[in-house]
Design a protein around this ligand. Structure first.
Ligand code: AMP
Length: 464
């Protein structure tokens, strides 16, 4: 990944016409914490002025002082949780961003990745633009500020027609909230109702927490403006083939969310069932790597008839752990997070299901830990196909070289992991588990077939 351009996976929330919007947004972000743990922020509007609070760390840390929420008055707000791979230098990159252009305030929060950001940034800089952050999201603000259109909705549409790639957005002006999804619909974004007002969120689990009712998805290519006087929906972009991120179902979204019109839990369970059909094995128990593989593991157990057990316990209080290289306790990084349950594993033939294998380092260490507990056989199963290429549309992944399946066969990976057998779900099997036809999904990380072209730098795809 280029250090000069941020690569974010994020959670978005917005509320309009809702009393104490910042408080509601705080809870919304709480439910979306899994989408980003590095920083969080909320911008609110009381129709006279706009207020902002942002910080590094988890949502409850950034807003731990109750007064921070009190300083965000008003009936509308947007919020963002962010994860990126660069560290402390990223303070200025914390979202939402808030700018003033032509005496108007505008705040923005973005989930996704623009694919033509390098070209646009170069053009804007050549034209005198001064960037304050290294985030691709700021490009959108520069384009909005340059638009000659009068209404924010029109300026935003004009700006967004120039950007490419993945962008689910929530924007806030003094008197309106605008929700946007790119024409391919890479990242999810849903609309809900809360009393007399509206809420939007990356995932519907945020609606459940604040007591909102799911209405519908923001449609791919839709720009929805919500004002006191009502809503206005426009579709300013050329029609494009949908490219819903399949990895949202596999790893990223919570099972209690509904995204792209389907319950994540249902899809994930079907992935596990299909995995059992494609890669059966004789074993005594099946365990999942918590939490992201839990639901798929249930599916594997149902379809195979192999008993589901809880064989690994995850410590939920692990944030970003500081591991001193001097501390030479073997596999400490993985041990801090997971501990095997000896009584469950000892003397048993064990199937271990994970949602994905990225670098292979976690799986290798866990397999060894499970063997050390006395398991007689360890059969590893991945409820997604081999990840052979990074994501350029907003899921944080390592470079091609670091992805174990990029240049290794399944047998080579099995040997590296130290498993007795290894089985990956097939791309066809994975796509067959969704209710929409397969051409509606982006599967670029599994096939290198990228639905929106990605810029190259030094002969390499940008972001690598
Ligand atoms: P690895 O050791 O790199 O193979 O890690 C695999 C684990 O990372 C799996 O248990 C996944 O649940 C998890 N995972 C998958 N994708 C991501 C991602 N984009 N960011 C962080 N963790 C991930």
């Amino acid at each position: 990944m280029s250090a000069s351009e941020m690569h974010d996976k994020c959670g978005l929330f917005g509320a309009f016409g809702v009393p104490d919007s910042a408080q509601v947004t705080y809870f919304g972000l709480y439910a979306l914490q899994h989408r980003g743990q590095e920083s969080a922020g909320i911008v609110s509007s009381d129709s006279k002025s706009i207020h902002l609070h942002r910080g590094m760390g988890l949502v409850n840390r950034v807003f731990r002082d109750p007064q921070t929420i009190e300083r965000l008055p008003g009936n509308s707000a947007i919020g963002h949780t962010r994860y990126s791979t660069t560290g402390a230098s990223s303070l200025t990159n914390i979202q939402p961003f808030l700018i003033t252009y032509r005496q108007k305030k505008l705040a923005i929060a973005h989930n996704g990745n623009l694919t033509n950001s390098r070209t646009l940034r170069t053009e804007l800089e050549a034209d005198g633009a001064i960037f304050q952050t290294t985030s691709d999201t700021e490009i959108i603000l520069h384009l909005v500020a340059r638009s000659k259109k009068e209404r924010p909705l029109e300026s935003i549409c004009e700006a967004l027609k120039q950007v490419k790639g993945a962008f689910s957005l929530v924007l806030l002006t003094k008197d309106s909230l605008i929700a946007v999804r790119d024409p391919q619909g890479f990242r999810p974004l849903a609309l809900g109702r809360l009393k007399d007002g509206y809420v939007v969120a990356s995932e519907t689990c945020a609606f459940d927490l604040v007591g909102a009712e799911y209405v519908r998805e923001i449609e791919p290519g839709e720009v929805l403006e919500i004002k006191k006087t009502g809503t206005e929906s426009v579709k300013p972009f050329a029609k494009a083939k949908h490219a819903f991120c399949i990895f949202e179902y596999i790893y990223f979204s919570r099972p209690d969310s509904k995204i792209f019109g389907e319950n994540v839990d249902k899809v994930s369970r079907r992935l596990g069932r299909q995995l059992a059909l494609e890669h059966p094995v004789q074993a005594d128990i099946v365990i999942g790597i918590p939490d992201s593989a839990n639901t798929a593991t249930l599916g594997y157990s149902e379809a195979s008839g192999i008993r589901f057990e809880i064989g690994l316990i995850r410590n939920h209080y692990v944030g970003r752990t500081f591991i001193d290289p001097e501390q030479n306790i073997r596999d400490l990084d993985v041990r801090v997070k997971f501990n095997p349950v000896r009584g469950v594993l000892e003397g048993r033939r064990v199937v271990v299901v994970d949602d994905s294998i990225v670098r292979g380092t976690t799986s290798k260490k866990l397999i060894q830990m499970i063997r050390d507990c006395g398991a007689t056989e360890v059969h590893f199963r991945s409820s997604s196909p081999p990840i052979i290429s990074p994501c350029y549309y907003g899921i944080d992944m390592p470079t091609t070289e670091e992805l174990i399946a990029n240049d290794k066969s399944v047998e080579e990976i099995r040997a590296y992991l130290g498993a007795d057998s290894l089985g990956y779900l097939s791309v066809k099997g994975m796509l067959g588990m969704n209710s929409l036809p397969e051409e509606n999904y982006c599967v670029g990380c599994f096939t290198r077939d990228y639905p929106v072209p990605v810029e190259k730098r030094n002969g390499k795809l940008f972001l690598e």
